[in-house]
Write a protein that binds this ligand. Structure first.
Ligand code: NAP
Length: 515
C-alpha cells in the first residue's frame, strides 16, 4: 500500500507506526496510509522561519505573484490526475472534484494577479500619511510580513483548495507555509503539494507538508507564527486554548462550521424562486453536503411552503446517488465511516424536532460493490415553524441534509437566521428593496458574507457556497471569527501593522524604499 510522505526541512520523510489507513469511500478498499509519528516537526518550523521566510521577504510582490502563477499552472496541468484521485480518495463526483481543484488554481491565479499589480513593492502602506503635530511631524502606517511560519491546518472536505487558498495569501504576504491536511483525504493534498514543489519555483523552506495527525505540531509554535485553522468549532476551540498557543501569543485564525441560511422573500418573482430551488438542491447534494458554506436552513414564507417543498422533493428525486466514477452519478458517498455515523446521529437528533419530507425511503444507491461504501440518501426535513425547532439552529449535520423552515414575517425570518449564532454566508432571494435593505442591516453583524439574488441576476448568479478570492471568507460567532481572502485583506493575517512617526519628509522617502 502507498505510504504518504511528509515534506519537512525540504526533504520527503515518512512517519513510523501506527499508520492511519485511507479508504476509497465508495468501495471501502484501502488506498494509502499516513503517519506523522517521530517526524521532525520542530526543526521543520525552524527551517521555514530561518530559510523560507527571508527568501520570500527578499522577493517583490510581483516575484511572489509569479511563484503563485507557476504553482497554479502546475496544478492545472495535472487537473485530470487530481480529479481522478479526488474521486477515489474523497468520494467526489467529477464536478465536486473540479470545485475543489479549480477553486485552488483560480485563487492562486487571482493572488498572482494582485502580486503583479503591486509590482516591485515588498510591503504595503496602510492608508495616507497623517499629521501628528503640525505639518512636519507625520505618521504613516506600514504592513510588513511577520517573521514566523504560517501553520495551516485543514479540513477533509477541501484537500486542494483548502491549502492553496491559505498558501496564496501567506506567500504573497511573504510568509512560508507548513500545511497539515486532515488524514482521510491527504492523498489529494500530498499529490497537489508534490506538484507545487515539482514546479521548481518555490524557494527552499517556503512549503512544508505534515501528512497526518497533528502530533506535537502546536507545541513548537512561536509568537511570530500564524495558525490558520479550518475545521469544526470544537477543534477550533481546542486549538485556540492549547497551552503553547496561549503562552506563545501566536496569532490564530479560525474558520469553523456554520448553519448557513437561504431566505426566500414573500414576493420573489418566478425566476428568483427557480434560483432558490436550484441553489438549495445543489447545496444539499454537492460534495454530498460536506461543504462548510452549504445551505442548512431553508427559510420560506408559509404561503410558498407547499410549492417550494414539492419542487425541492422533485429536484432531489432526480439526483442519482452512487459510485462517483460513474457518469450518471450526481452525489457520491460521505468521506469516511465516521462522517456517516455522525451524519446519521445528527439526522436522528434533528428528527426529534422536525419531520422528513424527502429521504425516506432512502435513495437507491448505484454502488461500485454490493453493501460497500459510506453512502447516505439526500434528505430534506421540515419544521413546524421558523423558530420551533431549536436544534436546527444549533447543530451542524455535515452531510446532504437541509431543513425547511416556514416563516410568518420577514422579521421572524431575520430572527431565525440570527439564531444560528454567526455564520459564514447566507443568501436572500427577492426583489423587494425595502425588505432586502432591512435584512442586510439586521443580518450583517451575524455573517461573513451575504448574497443577494434578485430577478436581474437570478439566472447567472453564483451559488452562495462558492468562496471567491476577491470577497471575504469567514464569519463571526460559531463560524470562528476568522477572516480569509477578500483580495488584499487576505494578506493582513500574515502582516504586522506598524505606525511610523517622525519627520514627514524623511518618512515619505524611507517608506518609498520598500513600498
Ligand atoms: P475537524 O475534525 O475539526 O478537523 C480539522 C483539522 O483539524 C484536521 O486536519 C484535524 O486533524 C485537525 N485537528 C484536530 N484536532 C487537532 C488538534 N488538537 N490540534 C491541531 N489540529 C487538530 O474537521 P473536519 O471533520 O476535518 O472538517 C469538517 C468541519 O470543518 C465541518 O464542521 C465544516 O463546517 C468545517 N469546515 C469549515 C470551513 C470554513 O472555511 N469555515 C471549510 C471546510 C470545513 P486530524 O484529523 O489529524 O485530527
Amino acid at each position: 500500500m502507498q505510504t504518504i510522505p511528509s515534506y519537512l526541512c525540504d526533504e520527503w520523510v515518512t512517519g513510523a507506526e501506527p499508520f492511519e489507513t485511507l479508504l476509497d469511500p465508495s468501495t471501502e478498499e484501502p488506498l494509502a496510509r499516513a503517519s506523522t509519528v517521530g517526524l521532525p516537526v520542530g526543526p521543520a518550523l525552524e527551517h521555514a522561519r530561518r530559510v523560507g521566510g527571508p527568501a520570500l521577504r527578499r522577493l517583490s510582490f510581483q516575484e511572489r505573484g509569479a511563484l503563485l502563477e507557476a504553482v497554479s499552472r502546475a496544478l492545472h496541468g495535472a487537473r485530470e490526475e487530481l480529479i481522478e484521485l479526488a474521486v477515489r480518495n474523497g468520494g467526489n463526483t467529477r464536478g465536486d472534484a473540479k470545485f475543489d481543484i479549480d477553486g485552488a488554481t483560480a485563487t492562486l491565479s487571482a493572488y498572482a494577479a494582485l502580486g503583479k499589480q503591486l509590482g516591485d513593492k515588498r510591503w504595503l502602506l496602510d492608508g495616507e500619511p497623517t499629521e501628528v503635530a503640525g505639518a512636519r511631524l507625520q505618521g504613516w502606517h506600514v504592513l510588513a510580513p511577520r517573521h514566523g511560519v504560517a501553520v495551516h491546518i485543514g479540513a477533509f472536505n477541501f484537500p486542494t483548495w483548502g491549502w492553496a487558498e491559505k498558501a496564496a495569501c501567506a506567500w504573497l504576504a511573504g510568509v512560508p507555509v507548513l500545511t497539515k491536511p486532515a488524514p482521510s483525504t491527504a492523498l489529494v493534498t500530498w499529490r497537489s503539494v508534490e506538484l507545487a514543489l515539482q514546479a521548481g519555483v518555490l524557494p527552499a523552506g517556503t512549503l512544508s507538508l505534515l501528512s497526518g495527525a497533528p502530533g506535537e505540531l502546536l507545541d513548537h509554535v512561536q509568537w511570530q507564527d500564524t495558525i490558520a485553522f479550518t475545521g469544526s468549532s470544537a477543534t477550533g476551540e481546542r486549538i485556540k486554548s492549547h497551552p503553547r498557543v496561549l503562552a506563545s501569543g501566536a496569532r490564530v485564525n479560525v474558520e469553523a462550521d456554520s448553519l448557513n441560511a437561504a431566505v426566500l422573500l414573500p414576493d420573489a418573482p418566478p425566476n428568483v424562486v427557480d434560483a432558490f430551488v436550484r441553489d438549495v438542491t445543489r447545496d444539499i447534494t454537492q460534495k454530498a453536503g460536506q461543504k462548510c458554506t452549504a445551505i442548512r436552513r431553508v427559510l420560506v414564507p408559509r404561503a410558498l411552503l407547499e410549492q417550494v417543498r414539492e419542487r425541492l422533493c422533485e429536484a432531489l428525486a432526480d439526483v442519482t446517488v452512487g459510485d462517483p466514477s460513474q457518469d450518471a452519478v450526481r452525489m457520491g458517498p460521505l468521506t469516511t465511516a465516521l462522517q456517516r455515523e455522525r451524519f446519521q446521529a445528527g439526522v436522528r437528533e434533528l428528527r426529534t424536532q422536525t419531520r422528513v419530507v424527502f429521504g425516506e425511503p432512502a435513495a437507491q444507491v448505484q454502488a461500485a460493490a454490493p453493501d460497500k461504501g459510506f453512502f447516505v440518501s439526500p434528505m430534506l426535513l421540515e419544521a413546524a415553524g421558523a423558530l420551533s425547532a431549536p436544534r436546527v439552529h444549533e447543530l451542524e449535520v455535515f452531510g446532504p441534509v437541509a431543513t425547511l423552515l416556514p416563516y410568518e414575517s420577514v422579521e421572524e425570518a431575520a430572527e431565525a437566521v440570527r439564531a444560528g449564532r454567526g455564520g459564514l454566508v447566507s443568501s436572500l432571494y427577492g426583489d423587494d428593496r425595502q425588505q432586502l435593505a432591512a435584512l442586510i442591516e439586521a443580518l450583517s453583524p451575524w455573517l461573513g458574507r451575504l448574497v443577494v439574488v434578485d430577478s436581474k441576476i437570478a439566472d447567472k448568479s453564483l451559488a452562495p457556497g462558492t468562496v471567491l478570492p476577491t470577497l471575504l471568507h469567514g464569519g463571526p460567532g460559531r463560524a470562528g471569527g476568522g477572516e480569509e481572502l477578500g483580495g488584499l485583506r487576505g494578506l493582513r493575517l500574515y502582516q504586522q501593522r506598524t505606525a511610523l512617526q517622525g519627520n514627514g519628509g524623511l518618512l515619505g522617502k524611507l517608506v518609498a524604499v520598500g513600498s
